[in-house]
Design a protein around this ligand. Structure first.
Ligand code: UDP
Ligand code: MG
Length: 340
């Protein structure tokens, strides 16, 4: 079988304790896949620990290792995209640096790809024994919310551990999403996809980078990127509450007529309805604002990430000038100057 090139893209945000371990583990896995010519691209997402110096050192020793260092923290999805955009291989694999994505699954992923699947994604088994109850509940609610509202269906526990064929990578790279939600985008592009279940393992070193706040951000990003259903929900809510408040109107008229209430009473119900409907309006305005904010940020057309340094040879654009003419052979001699 002819050799095939695979690039493993690993986003790194303060993972100094995991870099050596993941390189070793990947080397072991690919030793069992001699037909695969692999390389590992670390995308440093603005780490403040010693991850980057460590990666740079390893890159000097190992020709299979590459790095891209982003100028600051741009978030995991953008870091993966930065890696994918530099990939020149037949397929790319994205995985976390903390070894929670079992590298051994790569063998099966590659097998599925060689059988013709263009996307092979991994999702966690339901029982994530290593996560605390609250973390599991958070994750469960996260996927429930996404699936309830968005048009793309995600398996509970679907991860960013996936293998993408070259043509899928090319398409993902061209999508102009300002805040890509990769898990759903990969599902959305279609092609022949296969999901593989995996047993999550405990983090090798360090702690999770996702706080509750990050997860809420990710969920709203997921919802608003893939569905306009929340806007429709806002309209339904608006209708529902205006209809119920209309029912209140005949009650007020009748109570006036039959003197059910003495003058001066009703203060509580007025306040309650003002607060209630004020809140409802704010919720609806907020939902609309979320979408408006998205078009605003997208409209600015800013790059999704900025590369600080990298050892990946970009196709540098050169301009060539004839600097002299060899008079004997009549062959011009050129010099190349980088454009940037
Ligand atoms: N990560 C990143 N940028 C961030 C947050 C996380 O590149 O802003 C990387 C992190 O280094 C790891 C992967 O994304 O390789 C998953 O992060 P983590 O393990 O904290 O997430 P969890 O497994 O808890 O969902
Ligand atoms: Mg993790």
């Amino acid at each position: 079988m002819a050799t095939q090139d695979i690039a493993v893209v690993i986003p790194v945000f303060n993972e100094e304790g995991n870099i050596n371990a993941i390189v070793e583990k990947l080397e072991m896995v690919f030793r069992g896949l001699p037909e695969i010519n692999y390389k590992i691209i670390f995308v440093d997402d603005g780490s403040v620990d010693s991850s980057l110096p460590l990666i740079m050192k390893l890159c000097q020793q190992n020709p299979r290792l590459f790095y891209i260092s982003l100028s600051r923290n741009f978030g995991k999805d953008n870091a993966i995209i930065a890696g994918l955009q530099s990939v020149k291989a037949d397929a790319a694999i994205s995985m976390d640096a903390d070894l929670q994505h079992p590298p051994d699954l790569i063998r099966e992923m590659v097998k599925c790809w060689q059988e013709g699947y263009e996307v092979v994604y991994a999702f966690r088994k339901d029982k994530n024994k290593h996560a605390r109850f609250l973390t599991r509940l958070r994750s469960y609610l996260f996927y429930k919310a996404i699936n309830a509202f968005s048009d793309v269906k995600l398996e509970n526990g679907i991860s960013d551990f996936k293998l993408l064929d070259k043509k899928v990578v090319e398409i993902i790279n061209k999508l102009p999403e300002e805040r890509p939600f990769l898990r759903a985008l990969v599902k959305w592009v279609g092609f022949k996809q296969k999901g593989l279940e995996y047993e999550p393992i405990a983090r090798h070193s360090g702690s999770t980078k996702y706080t509750l706040e990050n997860l809420i951000k990710l969920a709203t990003q997921g919802l608003t990127s893939f569905s306009t259903k929340p806007l429709t929900l806002a309209i339904y809510l608006g209708f529902f509450f205006s209809a119920t408040s209309l029912l209140y109107f005949p009650y007020v008229m009748l109570s006036l007529y039959f003197h059910w209430q003495r003058t001066g009473s009703g203060w509580a119900s007025v306040i309650v309805s003002i607060v209630f409907f004020g809140g409802l309006q704010l919720i609806i305005l907020g939902i609309i604002g979320l979408y408006l904010g998205k078009t605003f940020t997208q409209g600015k057309n800013r790059p999704r990430y900025i590369i600080g340094t990298s050892n990946i040879e970009n196709e540098k654009k050169f301009f060539t000038v004839v600097i002299s003419m060899n008079l004997i052979s009549c062959v011009p001699e050129y010099a190349e100057f980088p454009l940037t």
